[in-house]
Ligand binder design. Structure first.
Ligand SMILES: Cc1ncc(COP(=O)(O)O)c(C=O)c1O
Length: 399
């Protein structure tokens, strides 16, 4: 690795793999089957949505699944299905996509924004505990970047206080915690099939759950308040049309056959990035840290209990001061466009203006300052090219 490069030829000129990837034969065939059947909607008797829900529920270690238009609505439906509504508080982590909180607002409840663990950036158990009030009814751990949240202590906290647990697994298809698949570790789990996700139909989502009663309630929320098996114009509760289409399910079903292979590929790429980062010395002027063995860029560690990381993103922490917009622009100029990551939820005026309650979240604030991401599409590249990420970082940090 060359550390003293300044400007000159970019580290990479070839494009990174496209995401979503090109359709495979199985997807083309299944989509054509749906199109030829004339049954494109989820209420016309086709089986793709039901098959997808059953297959991904099984892979999540639970019985039930409900397909839904996207994961924001899936989180909303899970919350409503679990009885969360106005007057209730739901604890969400401060370092996540905004939809984790807006789904709570959509359900009429208050998102309480609790800090994340300073090392792994997932919902902190002590912070969640400190955020509890008599109005807390649920917690929403997020399996951030494809790494499972440390669910055992979070579930124990929820059990002690009678809280529902909704796993935001939007980024974590195929991930596992202590050998158990995510999605089935709480009362309900929610996957996203939006365009950037590990399985995608452009948009889409799925709620999985263990209990039949939760399934029926979530199904009803997504089907205009109907009762499963009940009359078409019978609406015993309030619900909405939040359904996925058969065409989307047909794009997603075959993905389950290649998901593990793709996760393996991303893990291989991430392992190679980590090895390469370990070879970058501290830039001049940071010798003190160098003496302690600290590297200028490290991979954000996985939470305890991670046995399968689906590597939706690779989060990197910088241990040297840097100008964020300069760094990202310079990396992009090197052909290595990394991502600046999330602002802390508690700093978003739209959320607090809508009633979200931020707790003190110094770890999320530090993450927003120090952490950048390698996106999933780049992680799908040949692991032999992982050195380019480290090379670009080393070049930019020493220039
Ligand atoms: C952590 C997290 N939660 C929820 C969502 C919302 O998913 P969707 O875009 O399918 O509504 C996303 C997707 O971007 C996400 O990353």
């Amino acid at each position: 690795m060359t550390l003293a490069l300044h400007g000159g030829a970019p580290v990479r000129t070839a494009p990174w793999p496209a995401w979503p990837p090109p359709l495979d034969e199985a997807q083309r065939e299944l989509v054509t089957t749906v199109l030829d059947s004339g049954q494109w909607g989820a209420t016309q008797g086709g089986s793709m949505c039901a098959d997808l829900a059953a297959a991904l529920a099984r892979r999540s270690g639970v019985e039930h699944g409900v397909t839904v238009g996207n994961a924001t609505l899936g989180l909303f439906a899970a919350l409503r299905g679990l009885g969360v509504g106005p007057g209730d508080e739901v604890i969400v982590p401060a370092y996540t996509f905004v939809a984790s909180a807006t789904a709570v607002l959509l359900a009429g409840a208050t998102p309480v924004i609790a800090d994340v663990d300073p090392a792994d950036l997932h919902l902190s158990v002590p912070a969640a505990q400190a955020a509890l009030t008599p109005r807390t009814v649920a917690i929403m751990p997020v399996h951030l970047a494809g790494s499972p949240a440390d669910m055992d202590p979070l579930n124990a906290l929820a059990a002690r206080h009678g809280l529902a647990v909704i796993e935001d697994a939007a980024q974590a298809h195929g991930a596992a915690y202590r050998g158990r698949p995510v999605g089935g570790l709480g009362d309900a789990g929610v996957y996203s099939f939006q365009a950037s996700k590990a399985m995608t139909a452009g948009e889409g989502g799925l709620v999985v759950c263990r209990e039949e009663a939760v399934h029926d309630a979530v199904w009803s929320v997504c089907n205009l308040g109907r009762q499963r098996g009940g009359a078409w114009y019978g609406h015993p509760s309030v619900g909405w049309n939040l359904r996925l289409t058969e065409i989307q399910a047909a794009l997603l079903l075959p993905w389950l056959d290649r998901l593990d292979q793709e996760i393996d590929r991303r893990n291989a790429f991430c392992a190679a990035v980590e090895r390469e980062l370990a070879a970058i010395p501290m830039p001049a002027g940071h010798d003190g840290e160098g003496a302690s063995g600290q590297r200028p860029v490290t991979v954000v560690p996985q939470p305890p209990g991670t046995t399968r990381d689906s590597r939706h993103l690779l989060m990197l922490r910088l241990h040297v001061p840097f100008d964020r917009s300069f760094l990202l622009a310079a990396l992009a100029a090197e052909g290595v466009p990394l991502d600046g990551g999330y602002p802390p939820l508690g700093t978003m005026a739209a959320l607090t203006g809508a009633g979200a309650r931020p707790e003190s979240c110094p770890a999320a604030v530090a993450a927003a300052r120090e952490v950048i991401w390698v996106r999933q599409s780049m992680l799908m590249d040949d692991p032999g090219n992982a050195a380019q990420i480290a090379e670009a970082l080393a070049k930019v940090l020493t220039s």
